[in-house]
Design a protein around this ligand. Structure first.
Ligand code: SF4
Length: 561
């Protein structure tokens, strides 16, 4: 009898008019491996090439070693620096990578990499050159006193090779032996970097990093919500800088974050805004680094969009963390069916093991959400919901195989579908580095069927390669014209449906609870924030009308503040 185990290893080949022969997959694979070994001259048991890590970071070196960090937004990098400083490390966050970093990265990196590698490693090399040429440190001193800490993963896209690429570029730039240390994104807290380590990847490390990332997320989200509607130009950025200093200080002094976050709320609440300004909301999706960075890596896209009169709806790093948890949950469920045949290092040999793992992952998902919402509550990010990863997968699965990984995988497709269906934004902009395999190679192909099915969607995919800014800007400007018209049409519809005028809405904005800077109008199935606000103002107009002459009185009182 053919058991389930055997069935997994054999395939019945279709054969017309007779019994189909059985293909033994294991035997076929072994045969193929033998042939390939012969072809590549590996029959004599030659070892696979390994990327040798030059030196490690020992506990005794901690006092005189500076850890360099960079790669996320300015707020995140600063807060990660603060968090690690609070744990007793000496840390320096580097500037956001610019085109000069890209040039340096390309000079020393391998050909054919995606540009996050070039930008990031170029940024590190640039800093090391500054230490050598302007600070007068020798290469030996730099190698001894500095190291670069970055996130790593096993791919399956080029991301899996980043650390090796960094080491190669650093070697070719004259910093052979410079330490690049990774904490694997999927490895959780069970990792070790070798002997007695200088970098302790313990729960305290990950909790602090999580705090830094989530506070950075919340602060960024507040900033992008407020800035397009500020009444005094520059006031949001000024308030954000103030908040960054406060949070950074609390993190680096290892104090409770609560007072700092409450203070942040007070500062951001003081930025005067006008919520009735009509602006298209642009949801930025795409490859993780390209949509996250705030510099030349995406041609300063967020800033450019705001200058062109749009509101940016950015993706948070928390969504990426939740996606990694979701991937683990999905894979665990898939592996449950491999019990008995799966002899891998992480195989799940008993039903209880799978259940325990799923329980832990569920806890991780909930923990991220609870911490995020607590920070959001304290800092004043109202009405923000982290994405539901199961819903994203459900919406994407008809277009993108959930087993295909790399970059944002199916998430990019799911986000577009949900944004269009739920009218979360006026327009969607998908940004990715030139030649990004998962994003431009796969997602962009899939997105065309989504836009076919939803012809009202305003969608633009753009690729960044460092030197095509003018081209990208003009394409964005053209599509923004369409988005602006859509936002105006939405506003006209909202005013017509509610029977209000814009002046009336402005009057109602004077009500303290509606005019609060941190107040976020409920989503009324409109893309732009201003039209959401019209529907909310209309509800309050009705409520107040029931109180007779009270609205006028209330408005007069509110206006006197
Ligand atoms: S997702 Fe794209 S840009 Fe990012 S590492 Fe992978 S291939 Fe490169």
């Amino acid at each position: 009898m053919e058991t389930r185990e055997n069935a997994a290893k054999t395939i019945h080949l279709p054969l017309m008019g007779g019994q189909s022969p059985i293909l033994d997959i294991d035997a076929e694979l072994a045969k193929f491996e033998a042939e390939e070994r012969k072809r590549l001259g590996l029959e004599d048991g030659k070892e696979h090439w390994r990327d040798e890590v030059a030196k490690t970071f020992k506990e005794s070196q901690r006092a005189h070693t500076t850890i360099l960090v960079c790669g996320l937004t300015m707020a995140h990098d600063l807060f990660v620096e603060g968090a690690l400083t609070g744990l007793g490390y000496t840390v320096k966050h580097l500037d956001v990578p610019d085109n000069n970093a890209l040039r340096v990265g390309k000079e020393f990196g391998n050909r054919g990499q995606c540009n996050p590698t070039y930008f990031t490693v170029g940024n590190v090399v640039k800093y090391l050159v500054y230490l050598r040429d302007e600070k007068g440190l020798s290469v030996e001193e730099i190698n001894e006193k500095y190291l670069f800490l970055t996130a790593g993963a096993c791919g399956p896209c080029r991301f899996g090779m980043y650390a090796t690429e960094y080491r190669k570029a650093l070697r070719d730039a004259g910093f052979d032996g410079f330490r690049v240390m990774l904490f694997q994104q999927q490895g959780g807290i069970k990792q070790a970097t070798g002997e007695k380590e200088g970098l302790e990847l313990n729960p305290a490390f990950f909790i602090k990093i999580l705090q830094a990332i989530l506070t950075g997320d919340v602060l960024n989200a507040i900033g992008y919500r407020i800035r397009p509607y500020e009444v005094v130009p520059g006031s949001t950025n000024e308030a954000l800088e103030h908040c960054k200093r406060i949070i950074h200080r609390a993190l680096s002094e290892n104090r409770s974050l609560i007072p700092a976050l409450v203070e942040t709320r007070r500062i951001m609440a003081g930025v005067p805004i006008d919520r009735t300004i009509i602006k298209p909301k642009v949801c930025i999706i795409g490859e993780f680094w390209a949509m996250t960075t705030e510099g030349d890596g995406n041609y300063g896209l967020q800033k450019f969009l705001e200058q062109e009169g749009a509101e940016c709806d950015i993706q948070l790093v928390a969504a990426w963390i939740l996606f990694m948890v979701w991937e683990n949950q999905y894979d665990t469920r898939e592996r449950m069916y491999l019990r008995g045949t799966d002899n891998g290092r992480k195989s799940l040999k008993a039903p209880a093991e799978a259940a325990i793992k799923l329980l832990k992952l569920k806890f991780a998902d909930k923990a991220v959400r609870v911490i995020f919402q607590s920070f959001a509550y304290l800092m004043g990010l109202e009405g923000y919901h982290l994405p539901d990863m199961d819903l994203i997968a459900k919406e994407a699965k008809d277009y993108y195989n959930l087993n295909v990984r790399g970059g944002e995988a199916h998430m990019e497709v799911g986000k577009l579908v949900l944004t269009v269906k739920k009218k979360k934004a006026t327009m969607v902009l998908s940004v990715k580095p030139f030649g990004c395999m998962p994003s431009s190679g796969v997602s962009d192909g899939v997105q065309s069927i989504i836009t076919e099915k939803h012809p009202d969607a305003i969608f633009l995919p753009i690729e960044t390669n460092g030197d095509g800014a003018v081209n990208v800007y003009s394409r964005v400007q053209m599509i923004l014209f369409k988005a602006r018209l859509a936002a105006k049409a939405e506003m006209a519809k909202a005013l017509e449906e509610t029977g209000m005028t814009l002046d009336e809405v402005r009057e109602l904005q004077k009500l303290p609870w509606l005019g609060r800077t941190l107040h976020h109008p409920a989503h009324a199935h409109q893309g732009a924030s201003a039209s959401d606000f019209v529907y909310e103002a209309a509800k309050w107009k009705k409520r107040l009308a029931r109180l007779g002459g009270a609205p006028k009185k209330l408005l007069q009182i509110a206006a006197s503040f």
